[in-house]
Design a protein around this ligand. Sequence first.
Ligand code: NAD
Ligand code: FE2
Length: 370
Amino acid sequence: MFRFSLPTTIESAGSFGEFAERAQLAADDLILTNQFIYEPFIVACGVPCPVLYQEKYGAGEPNDEMIDAIRRDIPESTRRIIAVGGGTVIDIAKVLTFTGDWSAEDIFMGRVVPTKSRRLVVLPTTCGTGSEVTNVTICELKRMKTKKGLALDTMYADLAVLIPEMLQTLPYQFFATSSIDALIHAVESFLSPNASPHSEMYSRRAMEMILQGFSYVRENGPESWKDKVEDFLLASNMAGIAFGHAGCAAVHALSYPLGGAYHIPHGEANQLMFAAVMRRYKEKEPVGRINRLEEIFGEILKTDAVQALDALYDLMEDILKRKDLREYGIREEELPVFTDSVIEGQQRLLKNNYVFLTREDMLEIYRSCY
Ligand SMILES: NC(=O)c1ccc[n+]([C@@H]2O[C@H](COP(=O)([O-])OP(=O)(O)OC[C@H]3O[C@@H](n4cnc5c(N)ncnc54)[C@H](O)[C@@H]3O)[C@@H](O)[C@H]2O)c1
Ligand SMILES: [Fe+2]
């Protein structure tokens, strides 16, 4: 049996102004964004609603203290939240649609089941998370020193608006980390035992667009990614639809302690784990869905299926260079601690693995990246 539904309406627009007019922004809306996105794209539109800058509440990806502080500044009358930013802004905005008495830690630990009482409109400005079409939000819990994902159907955005122009200011580094994240969403959801014919189709199209784009960037230089910005934005959206249905797995699970304890950006942390997880899958179960994936990569990268995964790792490496875990200051004795925290806290993801990974497998994966 499979089931496929998409509660979020997806639209495109040529500019923020076009969106603002169509959405009839009003005083009881609230824009959550960054100042460096507001100034080039939004200020000239003269929006009639309050604006909060996420970076005023702390640097980096979301954490529970940041969410609690932003929440205190939201006007009571807010009816609709307009999130304009990368996964950081979007994931925070999802939690802010809840009113009532809660702390972010309560919500992420499942101690309260919050009620959604504001609508959510999302304009992504990176090409990675697909968060505009998922029911997932991810947050660092400061006291626990890890990241935790939460999936609740009340967190689907009501509307997602894709505006390629809004990615024009994105630095190469964040293009690279976010598009690699999107590629890994497509791959992990393709391999997931929960994949359906529909999620597979979205995974596959996302992989094609991202890898064709990466090949173009390899030939034409880093800044040429902007020639393909529409493809990258659409691909991250499709990969979001795919993993929103079939789920992510071990690559994401193992990357969370790296993001939580060492603040390695999400896409970069995923890239660190990706090849090692895929190699372990291949060793443990060489015959299965992974062969279909090898054929697909072979077709896209114009190589034999047998060499396709290596060709893929090389291409990813050209987009974003991988470092060893030790180069981030991680200590070897932390690897078993990371492994145990993954087993304890990331079963939501581990259940989607291509093949079951034991504690020893996961520890070996970390060690091979050390
Ligand atoms: N909810 C989900 O389904 C989901 C899925 C994957 C990842 N995530 C989460 O998303 C976060 C990562 O999101 P991300 O990769 O989009 O990065 P991000 O939102 O952290 O943005 C990366 C950097 O780019 C800047 N930036 C964003 N858009 C810009 C633009 N147009 N111009 C200039 N600068 C810009 C940001 O301010 C930030 O400094 C992580 O916390 C991750 O855990 C969520
Ligand atoms: Fe991700």
